[in-house]
Write a protein that binds this ligand. Structure first.
Ligand code: 8Y4
Length: 288
């Protein structure tokens, strides 16, 4: 029998061919970041070809990753958008190479056509920094029976989001946005247990906003959906430590643990072995 949580909160997360049992698993789902970009800044452009990206994914699997997030466009602040054809050329060979790897695949895109082609090729989840606000995106996800969907909050757009972002109450404003987007998906026939929410660390937030979102992360779980935390190596860590992206491992793992403590169900990370091992300790210390 499938348990139902308090207030009808889904205790499973449907992710395409996979079903995560959130009621009976203790540690959060680890989503590993797989850049299918030739210009990736956080891995120094190491994963140039699809073959290299596939090899990196196989390493993540050996290291205990639960879900692999494949992205073909760098979404750092101020990054130039990539054409549809370029995005497809980058991600589709990687999806095809990994579709039978035994782990669920997520496509990091905001383009409806990329969603459609990736879903047709077998991806299990759509991870959208635009929360399906681009043309055709809701329809693309609604047309699929069972893919998961991560709805992320972003203030403005990647080009302008870090230009003096303002909130009167960041927790309330982000929560209201996520709640309305989730309801719109449900109104379009998408089952509630397919939906995950994400406050979008670094996407139109100042350092104080990011820190408040992490401190009060538990507030987002009250919306009734699994919540994802994506903090790994982000500039909030750079601002606090003065370290470059490649030297942000320890505080990234610390942030993952803090998010887990505050109820995060999915953690999006670059550093899979270190995060998985740390969450094993975290899990062992949880009182049931
Ligand atoms: C170093 C490395 C510094 C990476 C910054 C970054 C999220 C996301 C991104 C997130 C969800 C990034 C695609 C930005 N962040 N998707 N995507 N949540 N759901 N920056 O937080 O990783 S890209």
């Amino acid at each position: 029998m499938i348990q139902q949580g308090m207030q009808g909160v889904p205790t499973t997360w449907r992710c395409g061919r996979f079903l995560f049992d959130l009621a009976n698993r203790k540690r959060p789902i680890v989503m590993g970041i797989l850049n299918a970009t030739p210009d990736s800044f956080s891995d120094g452009g190491k994963y140039r070809s699809a073959t290299d990206a596939i090899a990196q994914a196989e390493r993540m699997i050996a290291d205990g990753v639960d879900l692999i997030d494949i992205g073909g466009e760098s979404t750092r602040p101020g990054a130039e958008p990539v054409s549809l054809q370029e995005e497809l050329d980058r991600v589709m060979p990687v999806i095809e190479g990994l579709r039978d790897c035994g782990k669920p695949l997520s496509i990091d895109t905001y383009k409806a056509e990329t969603m459609r082609q990736a879903l047709k090729a077998g991806v299990d989840c759509v991870n959208d920094i635009w929360a399906l606000r681009q043309d055709g995106a809701v329809e693309a996800v609604a047309a699929n029976q069972d893919c998961g969907v991560v709805l992320m909050h972003m203030q403005r757009d990647p080009l302008t989001m870090q230009f003096n972002p303002e909130y009167s109450n960041v927790i309330e404003e982000v929560s209201l946005f996520l709640k309305e987007r989730a309801q719109l998906l449900i109104d379009n026939g998408i089952a509630p247990n397919r939906i995950a929410l994400d406050p979008g660390f670094g996407f139109g937030k100042r350092l104080d906003h990011n820190l408040e979102m992490l401190a009060r992360f538990a507030a987002f779980s009250k919306l009734g959906f699994p919540v994802l935390a994506g903090i790994s190596r982000k500039s909030m860590i750079g601002k606090l430590t003065g370290k470059e992206t490649q030297d942000r491992l320890a505080p990234s793992v610390a942030a993952a643990i803090m998010a887990a403590d505050r109820g995060a169900k999915i953690i999006r990370v670059h550093d899979v072995p270190e995060t998985v091992d740390s969450l094993k300790l975290w899990e062992a210390v949880q009182a049931d």
